[in-house]
Write a protein of this length. Sequence first.
Length: 291
Amino acid sequence: MDLYRTALALLTGLALVPALAGAKESAAMKKYGTDDKALLAVVDSEWRSAEAKSRDTYRHPIQALTFWGLKSGMTVLEVQPGAGWWTDILAPYTQLTGGRFYVTGADLGNADLPESSRKARADYEAKLAEKQALYGKVEVLNWGPKSAPLPRDTFDFILTARSVHGWMGQPGMPAKVFKDFYDAMKKGGILAVEQHRANPGPQDPKAESGYVTEETVIALARAAGFKLVARSEINANPKDTKDHPFGVWTLPPNLRSTAYGSGKEDDPTFDHSKYAAIGESDRMTLKFIKP
């Protein structure tokens, strides 16, 4: 059965996804501390590639989403979905449980938007359309330093994963982002943050290494009106020394051997073994709510 027929079988004729059964389901519920059968089944699903599942060791999707408080029927926004690692979990989950799913995309309302960004959004929307049987209808919202506010009072759950560092090199962008999140959130809604974590201390204003302190993220969220309700060490990695020659991108999954954004070709003689042994970055996992 191909991926899309499998998805249709899972997402139509079922009360709750019967992809996990019996002892396996009970063991998974006990292991992860959740009785959300839909979430367990979606994370274990056939449509997630072996490569994607191999990263669960570092990203802990069931534990993280349970910690953050994802529930059936929520209206969910994923910010800057990238290649779609979280999308492959969140979009089917919301479709299955009666929720709605949105993502951000390049801001088509920005007259200065590069043509490459317009093409990237078009390609991404084509991918979403191709996977509609699996994802349901996904709405793409304009997103960027000049974008209009997000729809007000709309979302129950907003996820931003490893994105904060990218906003910090753009003047005013971090404050705009968190204000947009706050205004777009329903009262009591959840802002879920995962971010490469710098050691406590002074913050590089541009976060050029990709690492951001927890204090910086918490201050940005609080300034927008959010309340921090919990922190988790689910995604901690004590082996990450955070002093890598090419920033966080020296580590898996990138394993870069040139500066991020330099445009230079990777160095084929660079020894990645030390960095592969560290694994993916040390990450903060924070839960905020809109009071």
